[in-house]
Design a protein around this ligand. Structure first.
Ligand SMILES: Nc1ncnc2c1ncn2[C@@H]1O[C@H](COP(=O)(O)OP(=O)(O)OP(=O)(O)O)[C@@H](O)[C@H]1O
Ligand SMILES: [Mg+2]
Length: 237
């Protein structure tokens, strides 16, 4: 597994992969490291009146992460239906070629020393016939960064994802606990410690709930969040 290519996945969809990808990108950049981002497949991408696509994840990371690539380079495949890629492919038709994703990935990987590649949904989201989302991590030889929630139930879901990755011989480089649901049950304060007892995978970030205003406001504030909440030390070799 490469120590410079990371595949950002999560225990579930909407767990904060895009937000975490942005903070990781900003953390790399603040260390003077040349890092890029790709979201190979995005679903739920609406077409604007002028025919352009309303990319969501790529546009957000491009805007606040200062990326120079156009969104169609960041995201080669889109579907309009808010479904898994395979379900959207079945519904809308068209094409989803893993070789093409890899070709586009290696194009970006030539420019950047470090690459962050965001999946859609979790590991076992259907990508296309006989393929799951996590297969992309395997093909590009990435280390997985697993985004998990805070709160009751996170240990079970996090360990299940880790065990699955292990069973497929996919390395997990780090875990990020993201309190995306603003949970405040009694377990939140002990999640990190408890998780640490059951896995050796480094916990490289613990991000509290952050208001919408702060998430899409000032670029400097986002840089500060990256510095405060992401510990790259544990994944840099
Ligand atoms: N720490 C946080 N505090 C508050 N809101 C957050 C936090 N992290 C993410 N969010 C918000 O939660 C929503 C889902 O996050 P995000 O889009 O990053 O999830 P995702 O896992 O990338 O989803 P998808 O599977 O659609 O790509 C977004 O509105 C995002 O801004
Ligand atoms: Mg996302």
């Amino acid at each position: 597994m490469s120590d410079k290519i990371f595949f950002i996945t999560g225990i579930d969809t909407n767990i904060g992969k895009t937000f975490v990808s942005l903070l990781l990108l900003l953390a790399f950049k603040q260390r003077g490291l040349n890092a890029g981002y790709m979201k190979p497949v995005e679903t739920g991408v609406k077409i604007n009146e002028d025919g352009s696509k309303n990319y969501l994840d790529g546009s957000y990371v491009k805007k606040y992460g200062g990326l120079s690539e156009e969104p169609d380079i960041i995201t080669p495949y889109t579907f309009q239906s808010p479904l898994s890629p395979y379900a959207a492919l079945k519904k809308e038709g068209g094409d989803l070629c893993i070789k093409e994703i890899m070709f586009k990935f290696y194009g970006l990987n030539k420019i950047y020393d470090y690459m962050l590649v965001e999946g859609a949904g979790g590991m076992l989201v259907p990508l296309k016939q006989k393929h799951f989302m996590i297969d992309i991590a395997k093909y590009i030889n990435a280390g997985v960064i697993l985004v998990t929630k805070a709160g009751l139930g996170m240990i079970n879901q996090t360990l299940l994802s880790i065990e699955y990755a292990k069973s497929r011989d996919i390395g997990v480089s780090g875990i990020i606990i993201n309190n995306v649901l603003n949970e405040n049950d009694e377990s939140v304060s002990s999640n990190k410690e408890m998780l640490g007892e059951f896995t050796d995978i480094p916990i490289i970030g613990e991000i509290p709930y952050i208001s919408e205003k702060e998430r899409s406001g000032d670029a400097d504030a986002l840089k500060n969040f990256a510095l405060k909440y992401i510990d790259l030390e544990k994944i840099l070799v």
